[in-house]
Design a protein around this ligand. Sequence first.
Ligand SMILES: Cc1ncc(COP(=O)(O)O)c(C=O)c1O
Length: 511
Amino acid sequence: MASSILSRHLASSLRPSLGLSASGYRHQQTPAKRVEEVEFDGPCMKTEVPGPRSKILAQQLAIQSVVQVNFFCDYEESKGNYLVDVDGNRMLDVYTQIASIPIGYNHLALTKVMTDPKNMVSTLGMMPPEQFSEKLVNDLMAVAPKGFSRVQTMACGSCSNENAYKAIFIWYRVRMRGTPEPTPEEVRTSVINQVPGCPDLTLLSLMGGFHRRTLGCLATTHTKAIQKLDVPSFDWPIAPFPQLRYPLDQFERENAQEEARCQEEVEDLIVKWNQKGRHVAGVVIEPIQAEGGDNHASFDFYRKLRGITKKHGCAFQVDEVQTGGGSTGKFWAHEHWGLDDPADIVSFSKKMLTGGYYQKDSFQPDKLFRIFNTWLGDHTKNLFLTEVIKVIKTENLLDQAKRTVWSFVDKYPHLLSRARGIGTFCAIDVKDEDTHNNLLLKARNKGKTLSMDCGTQSIRFQSALVFTEHHAHLFLDILNDASLSSSRVYTGIQCGPAQTDPYTVNLQRRG
Ligand SMILES: Cc1ncc(COP(=O)(O)O)c(C=O)c1O
């Protein structure tokens, strides 16, 4: 294996050669100049995926819900941008377990933390370890978006959102009531799910949004029907999300009108629901609707949304569970918007390893146990996060994420369209669902890569932050081969620095 490992900094030596032909290309490897840390030199496939060993393990897992298992992994063998499965297939991972592996597999900084016996597991709720507050201040608060002085840890993205929603409702209700002190009637009715203790407040969310599967989150999730089907939900307002037309620079007027239409709808809904006594306590959005299809809107759209929430006294929650942690070239995707007035709550998980949310002071409930659970996250995740943040800084990974912007030239408009992305958070649409599924499968089996769909027709890329242009070239070669063999065409793709990305440029110009 030693012969097959190579610097993952190889890419830095390749970086200047980014001008790829719009009609497709094959990337020529040049020798590594620097070997600082090791990684495999490329993918290597031994079987179809899932392979025989994965299939046997899947049968054994029948005691748990197994349908969502793609294949089983050999995490000891996995390294950097490469995920190795139990059948020995080594795949370039451009999806990173739904954007959740910040600095690649088996990064030395993390294995050190893992093997230190001092790092015993402990709950964080009532008896946290001595270093807990130091961890929050030095790590989570050190990367906090501007305007936040508080953070609340949680275990996962769903419970971060779920508790953030509660914080919003509590904040809203306390303001309505004029005091945090509930009436005896409110106390009595709260335990039997009745008003006024359980007030008829609402949260507004956007069509195509995805905030996950717990009951409150599901009520604000409007994609992937199978995750909602048969589950009772809250009747809360849902506004349209702009359906932008691409390429953006050809549809500036139409897209501006579309965004204005959606903003108006948001405002109308808030007014109408407030009038009928079902007040909109908050608006929750994702900076990029990830699971809903990698849907983008302009920075200006989001700034205006923030203005609308302010005007109507609703909280503004930015769900950065999938976008946070650096993939867009800024630590938080919403930092691209340049908000004058920061959001009220920003939730996170995935690349941050721990879940949680940042909140403004006024969202901190005044009483014990209103926002609480036993674990409140996981101490070891905080220890890992310390290392991840260090690596992001010392290896300059945010700048690297900016540089690995991929812009997709629609050489084959009958097959590929709607190229979009910021930093490494990119997607492209494929003609139809069949072609899309076929391409993904081919890419994985034949082309040795890993990517996943969002929506029904999009292919998206959500690499680790240690992903460089070198890996982008490898990936594009694979996609190229897969699309050639599946549909006799190939994708014309360019890589380039962020400022030449038409999408980013477009957004900035409009923003
Ligand atoms: C935007 C967003 N919010 C929340 C979640 C929920 O995160 P988790 O799966 O950790 O509960 C996800 C998960 O994909 C997400 O994409």
